[in-house]
Design a binder for this molecule. Structure first.
Ligand SMILES: CC(C)(COP(=O)(O)OP(=O)(O)OC[C@H]1O[C@@H](n2cnc3c(N)ncnc32)[C@H](O)[C@@H]1OP(=O)(O)O)[C@@H](O)C(=O)NCCC(=O)NCCS
Length: 156
């Protein structure tokens, strides 16, 4: 999925090394994610089409912090050819419910680029609030770029 959608994801992703787009590197990325999951640092999911099992996206509950924060960051992407059918909206809903109910977190956050209106719509449809703009927040496509921070707490 990451290999097929390389150009589509590039404006929204960190700059990747060339070998990221090989099956062997993808296998090692998956192994690292499983290890991080086993240590309670993140919860990675793939999004599959009912019936076919085709992987059309991923959604990760990242940066799990316990203690007084009980918080995590959501990251997600849907293959270009499957965009616009509500899959990201459904996945964000399921992952947020998992974060609150199964992981016992209090807050789920996501940051979008200022012009990522599709992602902003996905979060708003799931009841996330716009908290404000974090300046030079993440290094995306090679630049430290401002992000709108969205969040939802379990009370919401
Ligand atoms: C953002 C992304 C995950 C959305 O996935 P998706 O499955 O197409 O999302 P959905 O179909 O659930 O919802 C998209 C919404 O954006 C709306 N939308 C699409 N293009 C839009 C545009 N140009 N302007 C405004 N709204 C737009 C859709 O109409 C839909 O809202 P609606 O249900 O109210 O009609 C997908 O485009 C993607 O993977 N992008 C690249 C990676 C990325 O940006 N990840 C998120 C990082 S924060």
């Amino acid at each position: 999925m990451f290999i097929d959608n390389r150009a589509f994801f590039a404006p929204w992703d960190p700059v990747r090394e060339e070998d990221y787009f090989t099956l062997s590197k993808q296998e090692s990325v998956i192994r690292a994610e499983i290890s991080a999951r086993d240590q309670g640092q993140k919860m990675p999911f793939v999004i599959t089409l009912d019936g076919t099992g085709e992987i059309i996206g991923t959604i990760n509950i990242n940066d799990i912090v316990r203690g007084v924060f009980q918080s995590a960051n959501l990251g997600y992407e849907i293959a270009e050819k499957h965009n616009g059918r509500g899959y990201a909206t459904a996945a964000v809903g399921l992952a947020t419910a998992h974060a609150f109910k199964a992981l016992g977190l209090h807050r789920v956050q996501a940051g979008t680029l200022l012009h990522n209106v599709r992602s902003q719509r996905v979060l708003e449809k799931n009841g996330f609030r716009r908290e404000g703009v974090a300046l030079r927040y993440l290094r995306i496509a090679g630049e430290w770029q401002d992000h709108i921070i969205f969040a939802k707490t379990i009370e919401e």
